[in-house]
Design a protein around this ligand. Structure first.
Ligand code: 5GP
Ligand code: 5GP
Ligand code: 5GP
Length: 208
């Protein structure tokens, strides 16, 4: 339809561990709704190409409109909290994600569907429980990257991309988990290409 949106090949569904976002040198700020529960949160649902590149900011005319997700607010606050500073109510983060990434999937999902799709994926994929079932818990301990990856593969059926960052003591730690989803947003798929991981072979799983 009239060049409204570029095509894409698949989505990365990206979840972040708040403990790893918050204990970097940059630190974090809790949202105005309070400290989020100790669980993975949504970072985004990102259209991507099979070669690893991706489109961004595809439709400047489609601005974020919070009225379209008013019915999703309690789920958004719970599952997609923003931890950047200064403390916010989430709208800045969600608006950034819609405008940068969501607008590139408008051929498949409108704004309400885009956020709803991400929330449904989060409900379906309980990373914390999957890791717990493999005795991998946010206890400041170190775990092998391979064990973490294998546990998520066992729990979801698909190989995850694992991204690390560094805490203020420069330890490599579990920061984000990427899973791949088909263009409808409904089905997990094997990733056509995994993101670069920047992890050591043993990584910390920090408390939050
Ligand atoms: P960073 O520099 O932290 O890796 O990424 C900065 C931003 O670039 C991310 O927040 C995200 O918006 C975008 N980005 C990074 N890697 C990817 C990727 O593999 N696919 C897509 N679609 N976006 C990415
Ligand atoms: P890097 O080169 O370290 O992977 O990416 C640095 C930054 O460049 C990323 O955070 C991301 O914002 C941007 N970038 C890299 N590749 C792409 C791409 O294919 N598309 C877009 N839109 N940005 C990219
Ligand atoms: P990206 O461009 O990589 O999709 O998203 C990163 C942008 O979202 C950055 O500008 C960052 O400041 C903002 N942001 C707001 N809240 C959060 C959060 O909780 N986690 C991350 N990773 N970025 C956030």
């Amino acid at each position: 339809a009239l060049c409204l949106s570029q095509d894409f090949d698949f989505f990365y569904f990206v979840q972040q561990w708040p403990g790893a976002y918050c204990d970097t040198r940059q630190s974090c700020c809790y949202p105005k709704t309070g400290k989020p529960v100790a669980d993975f949160g949504i970072h985004g649902l990102w259209p991507n190409y099979n070669d690893g590149s991706w489109p961004s900011n595809c439709d400047p005319d489609s601005v974020f409109d919070k009225s379209q997700i008013s019915e999703l607010m309690s789920s958004m606050n719970e599952k997609w909290p923003s931890l950047s500073c200064p403390s916010s109510n989430g709208f800045r983060f969600w608006s950034h994600e819609w405008e940068k990434h969501g607008t590139c999937a408008e051929s498949e999902l409108d704004q309400r569907e885009y956020f709803e799709t991400a929330l449904k994926l989060k409900e379906k994929i309980n990373l914390l429980q999957i890791l717990k079932d493999a005795d991998i818990e946010p206890d400041d301990g170190f775990y092998s990257l391979e064990n973490i990856s294998d546990a998520i593969k066992k729990g979801t059926g698909f190989t995850p991309g694992i991204e690390c960052n560094k805490d203020s003591a420069h330890n490599s730690q579990l920061y984000q988990v990427y899973l791949c989803v088909d263009t409808s947003g409904s089905n997990l798929i094997e990733c056509p290409i995994l993101p670069s991981s920047r992890c050591g072979s043993n990584i910390q799983f920090p408390k939050f």
